[in-house]
Write a protein that binds this ligand. Structure first.
Ligand SMILES: Cc1ncc(C[n+]2csc(CCOP(=O)(O)OP(=O)(O)O)c2C)c(N)n1
Ligand SMILES: [Mg+2]
Length: 946
């Protein structure tokens, strides 16, 4: 012990050394033992100090006589024994840098290892040749060779022994394939006869041979809808999406919609990719919900794009502690079988210690160096290590393989993963990037290498033992600029074997299948309530939307297919009324008495619950929406996500996930509630959404609406259901779009639906609400969403105060109007000599005259999208800039989007057109003080909080 006389550490000298001593003997007195670092506290009173002291004494004696290695071994054995005897001790956060499954516990390997090696060699070759050919002179469309070469064994064990195809009686597995590994997946599909040689030659050429005739760079269901199921190349999304996919499978099971009990989700990720917050951010959800239907395989080639993932550290160890801490089953596959004999000789742990203490950056260097270098540097540091390899040649040392390339070790890991109950599993596989291609292996620049020279190809062929002659290689290279593909033909033993394996496992993979199930959609009756208006009351469009949702949920056909999703805001959106009936989904049910159990609307969780209450994770909620919105394809069960969120935290926060959902051809409703830059007044800058429609406009699958009235909401929601879940001549299986509605929490008077309302206009994006009557100058006022009452008020002021007549129009979708106009122009471009097609907005506005003033609670760029096609003077007001907290009138005056600002803008347009005297503009400006927000002090508002 000692060291008690050492002075207390001051802040300045709290170095690693001093912290170590303060936590040790200097710290708590012996009567209060230290708390085990991150483990269970040992603060229970010592009931037998004598016995304790004997144990400690024996430990000290053993340490003295046998040394630290032996002491460590015994401690670990004790921990293991304690666990065997069900004594609760904290788990270790990480284990030694060796395989989790010792060689004597590896299962019997049921395959033909030799034939599977040959299959792997063919696939490796074709994958590399495909990428290399796509980079021949004059084409150079890129691609990645090295990722698949590092992970071929991982995939092939899966394909030959584990992944279940769509025809499996259990429904098949769902496999997320690492984006950059796609060449290997195409190469396998080629051998299986699913892709032709011609298609391989068209890798990354998706239009020049005819649209859809090439094959896509990465997994993109939208581009190859019969092939890919899950888009993965935006790093990180595989992590979160696969977790929520596995969870959603359980949801379908628990709710009695589909038996998914025999379906597994596999996700392949890169070790660099684990740096994305979306990769690790949701792992505790998987553990909490005991998703033993989920297996992750992290391909730890220690390299990302430009260099090592953690040169100074050990990424596998770091990940192990993360996953263990989160409650996952972790299986490390670090070393190939050739190391087993060395480890068996490692009686004093010196080899394990060397493995534990060698940083990843150094392992990278060993992977490219000679055997002599490894002997000198890895084994040379200790005479015991040196001795261990003295019988081995340099070549044998150089070839000591990593576990991720050892087929049997990988098989053992997959086998253990599929037998694990109650926990998700992560397999951390140690590999070399570019393995088997000498020119690429382990080099920092490997990721970017896209082309192999003749010399590289020959070496690669030799290493794979492929029967391709130099002559054939050179002749084809000469002819096509690329090496020949290799396919021994369907009658060869290898292809027969692989086909048979797939047949046993339920058919080929990946595969996307849409077995369309038509739904009987609710009739008009369910929509009638919203069309009645709110009478004397005011209701916000959020409430109107939620009301319709509740009615949908009562529908006998579609009711159970609706998947309401919210991060943490059901109450905010008035949806807590659903708690008692629909209940919050929790596979564990509710094991506590709810604090509000005596209330009518108490919080209620159930394994059969319908509501997904995600906790504060928009990324998780969106991943749920994705799993639900693609269930029509991934499960043959159309499910209808209704994901409601603060609009500011939708497209801005999770836009990339929405993009992936669109790639997957997901469908459903995204409801951006509390929308607008000035409507959620109290919450301020970070909450004030003045631009989500613009972000939504960038996603071609997203149909955005900004309804003003409840009756518009009802038509829009009905149309969404019909377009996405109904059938039409053009889209017999429904349309692959996502509906995005921005709705508000400002209570407004909801008018009854006018007789003969222009439904087509509502759905296409614009309809006229009122028509100016009487003589005098005329303007047209356009507004969307919560902005409509401002133009209604402006029309009144214009008439009463300034003698100007104004038509009012509700623009339900600026985005759709702009898209239609762009389509029209493109059509015209493609039909030279024919009468140009008139955009819908132009057609609508051509029937009347007068300057057009547009306003919304968004930045000007939103209404400006249609500027080119408005057939008159067009002026736009908008809430550009950052939001802030104040009352709505103050905020709207600040941004100059309120009724008075609209009036002044309208008068200015008329004055410039010579329709009115320009002095009126100044008069109005002075009267309203539209440049002065203080003029709105004291104006009342209702319900401004979220
Ligand atoms: C979100 C995102 N950021 C950046 C990239 C560009 N990128 C492509 S591959 C890659 C490195 C991948 O490294 P790792 O995950 O370790 O994969 P592997 O080594 O298996 O190829 C990067 C940064 C991307 N695809 N997605
Ligand atoms: Mg990597």
């Amino acid at each position: 012990m000692g060291n008690r006389s050492r002075p207390r550490a001051t802040i300045e000298d709290v170095t690693e050394e001093s912290t170590e001593t303060t936590g040790g003997p200097q710290g708590p007195t012996p009567a209060q033992p230290t708390v085990i670092h991150e483990g269970l506290p040992t603060q229970l009173p010592d009931i037998d100090p004598e016995e304790t002291s004997e144990w400690l004494g024996s430990f000290d004696a053993m340490l003295e006589s046998s040394g630290r290695e032996r002491a460590r071994y015994l401690m670990l054995r004790l921990l293991e024994r304690a666990r065997e005897q069900s004594v609760g001790v904290p788990a270790l956060r990480s284990t030694d840098y060796i395989n989790t499954i010792p060689s004597d516990r590896e299962p019997w390997f049921p395959g033909d290892e030799d034939i599977e090696r040959r299959i792997r060699a063919f696939i490796r070759w074709n994958a590399a040749v495909m990428v290399s050919s796509a980079n021949r002179k004059g084409l150079e469309v890129g691609g990645h060779i090295a990722t698949y070469q590092s992970s071929a064994s991982l995939y092939e064990v899966g394909f030959n022994h584990f992944f279940r195809g769509k025809d499996h009686p259990g429904g098949g597995d769902q496999v997320f394939i690492q984006g950059h590994a796609s060449p290997g997946i195409y190469a396998r599909a080629f051998l299986e006869g699913r892709l032709t040689e011609e298609q391989l030659f068209r890798f990354r050429q998706e239009v020049q041979h005819g649209v859809g005739q090439g094959i896509s760079s990465y997994p993109h269901p939208r581009l190859m809808p019969d092939f890919w199921e899950f888009p993965t190349v935006s790093m990180g999304l595989t992590g979160i999406n696969s977790i929520y996919q596995a969870r959603f499978n359980r949801y379908l099971q628990n709710r009695g919609i589909k038996d998914t009990s025999d379906q597994r989700v596999w996700a392949f990720l890169g070790d660099g990719e684990m740096g994305e917050p979306e990769s690790l951010g949701a792992i505790r959800v998987a553990a909490r919900e005991e998703l033993d239907n989920l297996v992750w395989v992290v391909n730890c080639n220690l390299q990302q794009l430009d260099g090592p993932v953690t040169g100074n550290g050990k990424v596998i160890q770091e990940l192990e502690s993360n996953f263990r801490g989160a409650g996952w089953n972790v299986i490390k596959v670090i070393w190939g079988r050739e190391w087993d004999q060395l480890l068996a000789k490692d009686v004093d742990g010196v080899l394990v210690n060397k493995m534990n203490s060698t940083p990843d950056g150094q392992f990278q260097t060993y992977s490219v160096e000679t055997g002599a270098y490894v002997r000198e540097n890895f084994f040379g540091s200790d005479p015991r290590l040196r001795k261990m390899v003295e019988q081995m040649s340099d070549e044998q040392i150089r070839k000591l393989p990593r576990g991720g390339h050892d087929y049997r070790k990988v098989y053992a890991a997959f086998d253990a993963a599929t037998k694990t109950v109650g926990q998700p599993t992560v397999i951390l596989a140690h590999t070399i990037k570019g393995w088997t291609i000498d020119a690429l292996e382990g080099k920092n620049a490997t990721h970017q290498m896209k082309k192999l020279t003749m010399a590289d190809l020959k070496k690669f062929r030799d290493r794979l033992l492929l029967p391709i002659s130099d002559k054939e290689l050179e002749a084809t290279y000469e002819q096509t600029g690329a090496a020949p593909f290799f396919n021994p033909g369907p009658e060869s033993a290898e292809i027969e074997y692989m086909m048979e394996r797939r047949k046993q496992l339920g058919g080929p993979l990946p595969q996307r299948r849409v077995e369309f199930k038509p739904l009987t959609l609710p009739g008009d009756k369910v929509y009638s309530e919203l069309k009645q208006g709110s009478g004397k009351n005011k209701i916000a469009s959020t409430m109107a939307t939620v009301r319709l949702l509740k009615d949908w949920m009562r529908d006998p056909e579609i009711g159970k297919r609706i998947v309401p999703i919210a991060p943490d805001e059901y109450r905010t959106f008035g949806m807590d009324a659903m708690f008692p009936s629909a209940k919050v989904y929790n596979p564990g049910g509710q094991q506590y008495e709810s604090v509000d159990r005596k209330l009518l609307l108490s919080y209620k969780e159930s394994a059969q619950g319908q509501l997904l209450h995600e906790g504060i994770s928009e990324a998780g909620a969106l991943a749920s929406a994705t799993a639900a919105g693609t269930a029509y394809a991934t499960h043959g069960e159309p499910m209808i996500p209704f994901y409601i969120f603060y609009s500011m935290f939708g497209f801005q926060r999770t836009g990339d996930s929405i993009w992936a959902m669109a790639d997957m051809m997901g469908r459903g409703f995204l409801i951006g509630a509390t929308a607008g830059r000035t409507t959620l007044t109290g919450e301020g800058l970070q909450h004030a959404d003045g631009h989500s429609p613009l972000l939504a406009a960038t996603n071609p699958a997203v149909v955005h609406y900004d309804p003003a009235f409840a009756y518009e909401v009802s038509h829009i929601m009905q149309s969404g259901l019909e377009r996405m879940y109904g059938t039409s001549e053009e889209h017999p299986h429904g349309e692959d779009v996502i509906f995005y509605l921005t709705v508000y929490n400002e209570p407004v008077s909801q008018p009854k639906e006018p007789e003969g309302v222009d439904v087509e206009g509502i759905l296409k994006g614009i309809h006229q609400v009122s028509t100016a009557e009487g003589e005098g100058p005329k303007v047209r006022l356009l507004a969307s969403g919560v902005g409509f009452p401002w133009v209604e008020e402006a029309a009144r002021l214009l008439k009463e105060d300034w003698g100007v007549n104004a038509d009012t129009w509700s623009v339900t979708s600026w985005n759709e109007l702009a898209r239609d106009a762009i389509d029209a122009e493109q059509w015209s471009l493609n039909h030279p000599g024919e009468t140009p097609r008139t955009p819908y907005v132009t057609e609508k506005l051509s029937a009347s005259t007068g300057p057009v003033i547009a306003v919304s609670d968004y930045m000007r760029a939103v209404p400006l999208q249609i500027a080119r096609w408005v057939p008159d003077d067009y002026r736009v007001l908008g809430a550009d800039g950052f939001g802030f907290a104040d009352t709505r009138p103050a905020a709207r005056r600040f941004f100059q989007i309120d009724a008075q600002s609209v009036v002044v803008q309208a008068l200015q347009a008329l004055a410039e057109a010579g329709e009115i005297d320009s002095s009126l503009v100044k008069k109005a400006f002075d009267a309203y003080r539209i440049d002065d927000p203080t003029a709105t002090k004291g104006i009342m508002q209702e319900g401004g909080d979220a």
